[in-house]
Design a protein around this ligand. Structure first.
Ligand SMILES: Cc1cc2nc3c(=O)[nH]c(=O)nc-3n(C[C@H](O)[C@H](O)[C@H](O)COP(=O)(O)OP(=O)(O)OC[C@H]3O[C@@H](n4cnc5c(N)ncnc54)[C@H](O)[C@@H]3O)c2cc1C
Length: 388
């Protein structure tokens, strides 16, 4: 059995970032992920300003850019009334563009940054249960590698960054503190699309679409609607369902992608309502989707995961510096909750797909204001010397 200060379960945006920040501050950290190193995952890739700000401050953005990720300089909103709105990304907090890196790139770069900071990283390593001491405090993880070797790591803190079906959350019985009701079902594919500099979102009749420029001279093109409507449409086949939802999103969406060539098959996500879970207890904490998940229609999951990695790392370090663990962890959850509330509530309403054009415009304004508050908070964070 090995022993570290912190073992992180799950090595993507939330887990790799948390591990990296803690190792930069001098803690011994192990990072375990059941997936293969550099593997892909479901995503439409769009990072918002707060997410780009985090990558920039951590010194990871330069590698994202060097890998050919296109800069996004505008966000364009198309609506049913034909009145498009184009918003330029104004320079703020050192961020003058947004980016939507492919996940096999972003997650790999974060894992490499963690390794550079001294994190011991193990892929194809599945955590199956937690160790506990006689008081019930979590004291480590147990699992196995893909080749059948047993994993047994003792740790002062176990961080579950293992996604919406978090094993860590299940093992500790983390209570649900907020349960959403609405959800988006999504279809997406990559299309050849060199040169665009904008995220484009289209909101139509009970459906939305988006075009998100990513690596490889490609854009990620998605359509979304309610799970009920998606299930009905998918009986026609995935291509007809895709075409029908694109048309429902509106003529701007159809026109925007009329001439593009598909580069991949369509991938689908059936939809899961948002939730928040109690995210800390004796010897454990949750970060990223494991602790707080909201519908992907507002493209904010990764941005929140990068934010929460820093919120959690800051409080873990405070606890190491002498603040009682329960006080520090309560602060982590309180800050996450405060910064997430408006985004989560608004996302919930967008994912209902029952809005008209004035309704969705007003929801988008609320989102924008919540995102502004989030950036302000991150700008004000005392980084405790862990940024780079
Ligand atoms: C269709 C779709 C589109 C999306 N589009 C966007 C978008 O445009 N912008 C955006 O910001 N967000 C988007 N999101 C949300 C975003 O993908 C998530 O919020 C983000 O991936 C959360 O990161 P995470 O690190 O918390 O968890 P995950 O990315 O889910 O990573 C969890 C990791 O834990 C590992 N793991 C799980 N269980 C174990 C175990 N027992 N042992 C070891 N390892 C384990 C998994 O292998 C995985 O690598 C989208 C989501 C979906 C479904």
């Amino acid at each position: 059995m090995s022993r570290v200060d912190v073992v992180v379960v799950g090595g993507r945006v939330a887990g790799a970032s948390t591990a990296m920040l803690l190792a930069r501050a001098g803690l011994s950290v192990a990072l375990l992920d059941r997936g293969r190193r550099g593997s892909d995952t479901l995503s439409t890739h769009a990072l918002m300003r707060a997410g780009v700000l985090q990558l920039s401050r951590w010194g990871v953005l330069a590698d994202v850019v060097a890998a050919g990720t296109p800069a996004v300089r505008r966000t364009v909103f198309h609506h049913n009334d034909g009145e498009d709105v184009s918003v330029s990304i104004r320079p703020r907090a050192g961020v003058d563009a947004l980016y939507a890196p492919r996940r096999h790139l972003l997650d790999r770069l974060l894992v490499e940054a963690a390794e550079d900071a001294g994190v011991h990283v193990l892929h194809e390593a599945t955590v199956t249960s937690l160790r506990r001491d006689p008081t019930g405090r979590v004291t480590g993880v147990v699992g196995r590698t893909s080749s059948g070797t047993t994993i047994d790591v003792a740790a002062g803190l176990v961080v579950g960054a293992d996604g919406i079906r978090s094993r860590v959350a299940e093992e500790v019985g983390a209570a649900t503190t907020w349960q959403g009701r609405t959800a988006s079902a999504v279809l997406y594919r990559y299309v050849e699309d060199p040169g665009p500099d904008a995220y484009e979102w289209t909101y139509g009749t009970g459906a939305a679409a988006g075009v998100i420029p990513t690596n490889g001279w490609a854009s990620c093109l998605f359509v979304s609607t309610t799970p009920v409507r998606m299930r009905r449409l998918r009986r026609l086949g995935v291509e007809p369902a895709f075409a029908e939802l694109l048309a429902a999103a509106g003529p701007a969406a159809v026109e925007r992608v009329r001439a593009v060539r598909p580069l991949s098959p369509v991938r689908g996500w059936a939809g899961v309502p948002g939730f928040a879970r109690r995210s800390s207890g004796p010897g454990w904490a949750l970060v990223g989707d494991a602790g707080y998940f909201k519908d992907p229609i507002t493209s904010h999951g990764m941005t929140d995961a990068l934010r929460d990695a820093e919120l959690l790392a800051t409080e873990v370090l405070a606890a190491h510096g002498g603040v009682p663990e329960d006080v520090a962890m309560a602060r982590y959850e309180e800050t996450r909750e405060r910064l997430s509330r408006q985004l989560a509530e608004t996302t919930e309403r967008v994912a209902a797909y029952d809005w008209d054009t004035p309704g969705i415009r007003s929801l988008l304004r609320r989102l924008s204001s919540a995102m502004g508050e989030e950036v302000e908070h991150l700008e004000s964070l005392d980084l405790l010397g862990i940024a780079t």
